[in-house]
Design a protein around this ligand. Structure first.
Ligand code: AMP
Ligand code: GLY
Length: 427
């Protein structure tokens, strides 16, 4: 089989690394990829939103399956583009069409969907600049902190959590009237703050049946102790000790099944990953958000824990035979520690030479923002690597990740040394 992966992050490197181990694979292409994916297949320098060039590549390289990593091309309709093209329509795309991608592309859509299909989530209301005053009134009915969400994609920055009521109202106005997040904040969802501990549950579906993949916990803030600005994710742990079998069963019954049934009822033929961001509120799951893709860095712990052939699972999605597939997991704990560029998530410099990469590490080094310049590997993004390790305990796994992160060198390197600390108390 010839496979094309779209994307260039740690998530795509983890996909590429796993797919490259499959006996089913003939040729693997990654567009645009990074210095790490170049070790698993062939990188092709194409912009993810240039569907025409992707079409030519699929045609020239006789690609049999396309796996879409990030949300952007899905929300922009890459799957629909394939289906509407005489040449491409038979080639399966793993990732939803535009309608399903709205689960991530519009917070208002996803909240309406949850309400309609009885999926537990925080109380909310949606506002535009035409009913700003009602937005202020709604804020008055809530307890702080106040959660304001730009409706559209805002590169992970569109959610504000604000303690002060006056500031919350000012920010609501900034979003709706002054387009703080551009077109993404034409609508704003305001919702109740959920108290609890967060985790991510991943579902792979062919539109009819589904598999729940290993759960993971992400560390979103830049600073240790969950302080400072939000990032794409600074580390992850899988499995999640507080998400035991009973809790996952609850998630399946209260969230996963109503979601899959809801998609069917609404005529949305969804083939791909559903990433469910959940709050565990005293043992009860409540959905914070859906994403129409896998998480990054969660993929870097979830995928390595899947023992079975990954192409086989993807083929199950492509041919709607997922119900016939089974997958096994590795029981050990996986942790990943994200190494970032100095300054991230604010401005940072790229192009720093990376050294000591060829050591024999006790970890799997997934590249995020790296690129090859001649025979050198240089930094090329805010998140540079995700260092994944296994252990019998979180402590054992994460200690290996830190040891590897300590060895790899580039100017401005930073990583959090407290990944998994909060979970060590759970046994
Ligand atoms: P989102 O972009 O929807 O994932 O939101 C970013 C982060 O904000 C989430 O990962 C949560 O940590 C937090 N968050 C979002 N919605 C809520 C909520 N209703 N209650 C508490 N925290 C929230
Ligand atoms: N790690 C969170 C995300 O991928 O959105």
């Amino acid at each position: 089989m010839n496979i094309l992966i779209l994307g260039s992050g740690g998530r795509e490197h983890a996909f590429a690394w796993k797919i490259a181990q499959s006996k089913e694979l003939q040729n693997l292409y990654i567009a645009p990829g990074n210095a790490g994916t170049a070790n698993c297949g062939t990188n092709v320098d194409i912009d993810l939103n240039d569907f025409e060039s992707i079409k030519n590549l699929v045609w020239q390289k006789d690609i049999n399956l396309v796996l879409v990593g990030p949300e952007d091309p899905l929300v922009k309709g890459i799957h629909d583009y394939f289906l509407n093209d005489e040449v491409l329509k038979e080639i399966p795309v793993i990732g939803p069409k535009k309608d399903g991608a709205q689960l991530e592309g519009s917070k208002d859509f996803s909240k309406k969907f949850m309400l309609k299909h009885g999926v537990p989530t925080a109380r909310y209301a949606t506002f535009t600049k035409d009913n700003l005053q009602q937005g202020f009134d709604f804020i008055d009915t809530l307890e702080p902190p106040f959660v304001l969400k730009a409706d559209g994609l805002a590169a992970g920055k569109g959610v504000l959590i604000i303690d002060d009521i006056t500031e919350a109202k000012t920010e609501l106005k900034n979003m709706l009237v002054d387009a703080k997040f551009g077109a993404a904040s034409t609508k704003v969802v305001i919702e109740e703050f959920l108290k609890g501990i967060e985790l991510s549950v991943f579902v792979l579906t062919d539109g009819k049946s589904y598999k729940i993949l290993p759960a993971a916990k992400d560390y979103k803030r830049i600073g240790e102790g969950d302080m400072g600005l939000n990032t794409g994710g600074m580390g992850a742990v899988s499995p999640v000790p507080f998400a035991d079998e009973a809790f996952i069963k609850k998630v399946e019954e209260l969230v996963v099944i109503p979601t899959i049934n809801g998609l069917n009822k609404d005529g949305i033929d969804y083939r791909g990953f559903i990433f469910i961001g959940l709050m565990n509120c005293n043992g009860e799951p409540s959905v914070i958000e859906y994403n129409c893709r896998m998480g990054d860095p969660e993929t870097e712990v979830v995928i390595p824990r899947i023992k079975s052939d990954f192409i086989d699972l993807l083929q199950g999605v492509a041919t709607q035979t997922l119900h016939e597939k089974n997958y096994e997991t590795i029981d050990e704990i996986a942790t990943t520690v994200v190494m970032v560029s100095g300054g991230y998530p604010e401005s940072f410099e790229k192009g720093k030479e990376i050294t000591e990469l060829n050591n024999n590490f006790d970890s799997q080094v997934f590249h995020s923002g790296t690129k090859l310049v001649g025979d050198k590997v240089v930094t090329n993004g805010g998140r540079v690597f995700a260092i994944t390790s296994f252990g019998k305990t979180i402590e054992e796994a994460v200690t290996k990740s830190f040891a590897t992160a300590d060895k790899i060198e580039y100017q401005g390197k930073y990583f959090r040394r407290d990944i998994g600390n909060d979970l060590k108390a759970y046994k």
